[in-house]
Design a protein around this ligand. Structure first.
Ligand code: GUN
Length: 298
């Protein structure tokens, strides 16, 4: 192993501790802490774990967490009404509808109901448009986490070549604009890009967000590059015993760690940054909505 391990867990913990201080100063100055509402529809086990973690970490930094759990067969209009009620509540600063929603629901239509000033996921058309148009606004959490990790390793990213493998609306596309905002030269690639290995080898910063276990091989990585692995894939691990599984990223970590200059582990890399950035967005949302100045360290 020659690469530096990018410790997302520690970097997220440090952000959360700065947020806890910020929340406490907002509470002292304005008499209330920011509040985040999370809506979970159905009983998808992975989503339940995410939502539980979000609620726990929200409270750990001193903010208010409001959870709404709805049945799997909740009709569209009931969910839309809930979002509108949360929009109208002046004491709620952030609204997150956990994805994916059950198949009978129109995900895009639900997201679009969220008041952009409370869109802590950065997924509404207004938030996406503001990002593309260089206007201030709430930015998607996972790609923001990727930028923070890359900056932690490389400092100023100006002039670096950044290849993003993946073009999802949750990660790949917003990541491209966020790295562009950092003055990187950005290329968006995907599973059907021709000559993908050679393209990846050009990258000073390689972001893998394609959702395919260990797709990025060691010889796709430029020696010394900063590799940010967004993938979380559960694969069979018979070597650990019958029926056992393990989590792997979109990068072949064992090969990549000998080539990269720095690399995120899975788990413990990008994952912890997502919730930390969500908490940060909730603080930013409260400050923007209330006209409070943003405390230092946020
Ligand atoms: N499901 C998986 N990741 C996310 C996310 O970042 N936001 C929401 N709302 N749902 C998710």
């Amino acid at each position: 192993m020659s690469a530096e391990l990018i410790d997302g867990k520690a970097i997220a913990a440090s952000l959360r501790s700065r947020l806890a201080e910020a929340v406490s100063s907002l509470q002292a100055a304005h008499g209330r802490a920011p509040a985040l509402a999370v809506v979970l529809v159905g009983d998808d086990p992975a989503s339940q774990v995410y939502v539980r973690n979000k609620a726990r970490q929200t409270e750990e930094v001193g903010m208010r967490s409001i959870e709404h759990r709805l049945d799997d067969d909740t009709p569209q209009d009931v969910l839309v009404n809930l979002v509108q009620t949360l929009n109208a509540d002046p004491l709620i600063d952030g609204i997150l509808v956990q994805l994916p929603l059950p198949d009978h629901l129109d995900e895009a239509a639900v997201i679009e109901q969220i008041d952009p000033s409370k869109d802590v996921d950065g997924l509404t058309e207004a938030s996406a448009g503001r990002l593309v148009l260089d206007k201030p606004g709430l930015r998607p959490c996972t790609p923001t986490g990727c930028v923070i990790l890359a900056r932690e390793v490389l400092g100023d990213l100006t002039g670096k070549s950044c290849v993003i493998v993946g073009r999802s609306i949750l990660v790949g596309k917003p990541a491209a604009f966020l790295f562009l905002e950092q003055n990187c030269t950005v290329t968006i690639a995907h599973s059907r890009t021709q000559g993908l290995p050679a393209l990846c080898r050009e990258a000073d910063i390689l972001v893998a967000a394609v959702g395919r276990p260990m797709m990025v091989k060691g010889d796709w990585i430029k020696p010394g590059a900063c590799v940010i692995d967004v993938g979380i894939n559960r694969i069979d691990a018979p070597e650990r015993g019958e029926g056992k599984t393990r989590l792997v990223g979109d990068v072949d970590f064992d090969a990549g760690k000998d080539v990269a200059g720095a690399i995120t582990p899975v788990p413990g890399g990008v994952g912890p940054m997502t919730i930390a950035c969500l908490l940060r967005n909730t603080v930013l949302s409260a400050c923007a909505r209330e006209g409070w100045s943003v405390p230092e360290g946020v």
